[in-house]
Design a protein around this ligand. Structure first.
Ligand code: DQA
Length: 144
């Protein structure tokens, strides 16, 4: 199974960015955890980050035929991006929306996700473990 992990804007700042909300691990450290766990589960992963909405859209489009599932932390674009939502719908690759923080405990503008309605499910609030839980969900999904 091949899983594409996509990370949106400002997630390159993890480690120094509001650690009380997002934790103290850097994105590279989270990636290392994901790769280690994926190896145990026999899954292949690609792990990318971009601050650009267009680049994320292009990566989703290009995933068709190469990946079985996308795990997407779209960061702030979660709450605004019709383009990302349309890309997910267009490629038809099962996608899991994830967040480090519990967006429902935060500001009201974070309660709305443009992408959740076209995702298989949402994992929010478990810090770096949100990434590992998504990996487990992807590998263990019995509805496939
Ligand atoms: C986030 C939550 C978003 O609301 C926020 O804009 C982020 C990170 C999270 O992982 O908790 O940048 O996606």
């Amino acid at each position: 199974m091949k899983i594409l992990f996509l990370n949106g804007p400002n997630l390159n700042l993890l480690g120094q960015r509001e650690p009380e909300i997002y934790g103290s691990l850097t994105l590279a450290q989270i990636e290392a955890k994901v790769r280690k766990h994926a190896a145990k589960l026999g899954a292949e992963v690609d792990f990318r980050q971009s601050n650009s909405e267009g680049e994320l859209v292009s990566w989703i489009q290009q995933a068709r035929g190469s990946f079985d599932l996308i795990v997407l932390n779209a960061a702030a674009y979660t709450h605004t991006s019709i383009a990302l939502r349309d890309a997910i719908s267009a490629v038809g690759i099962p996608t899991i929306e994830i967040h480090l923080s519990n967006v429902y405990r935060r500001e009201e503008f974070r309660h709305r996700s443009m992408i959740a309605p076209v995702c298989k499910g949402v994992i929010s609030g478990f810090g770096a473990n949100s990434y590992l839980l998504a990996l487990e969900a992807a590998v263990n999904d019995t509805r496939k």
